[in-house]
Design a protein around this ligand. Structure first.
Ligand code: DQA
Length: 139
């Protein structure tokens, strides 16, 4: 079973960036823990700061993998193009956020992607990704 995690802009700086909001762990360390926890699942990871590259990755895996967990970062709130890519593919997509976006600035309260996703998980720190995976593998 293959699950793709996609992280969008600025999420390469986890562990460095705004630690009071996003925590002090880097994603690679968390990813190693996830892979240990789910040894029978092939968890692929992709990060890009570029909208088109995220769309290309969705196209690449979006017709064959078991599921996709995406944290599109700020593109969540702006990108019709990523929303269209999620609508175009057949693999279920779960939108995740590390922070509780609803506790933050109003511009973070709206997601362009959510209406094309299976569901949304926000506010559980890095554990948001695991919760997304749990749902995808429970199907
Ligand atoms: C985020 C929330 C977004 O509003 C923000 O732009 C991010 C990270 C989160 O994981 O909490 O880059 O997606």
């Amino acid at each position: 079973m293959k699950i793709q995690i996609i992280n969008g802009p600025n999420l390469n700086l986890l562990g460095v960036r705004e630690k009071s909001i996003y925590g002090s762990a880097d994603f690679e360390t968390y990813l190693a823990q996830l892979r240990n926890r789910y040894p029978n699942i092939n968890i692929e990871y992709y990060q890009s700061n570029t909208e088109g590259d995220i769309i290309n990755k969705l196209h690449e895996v979006g017709f064959s993998y078991h599921g996709i967990v995406i944290n599109a970062g700020a593109y969540t709130h702006t990108s019709i193009a990523i929303a269209d890519a999620i609508a175009a593919i057949t693999v279920p997509v779960i939108e995740v956020h590390i922070s509780n976006v609803y506790k933050r600035e109003e511009f973070r309260h709206h997601s362009m992607l959510a209406c094309n996703c299976k569901g949304v998980i926000a506010g559980f720190g890095m554990d948001s990704y695991r919760l997304g995976i749990e749902n995808l593998i429970s199907e």
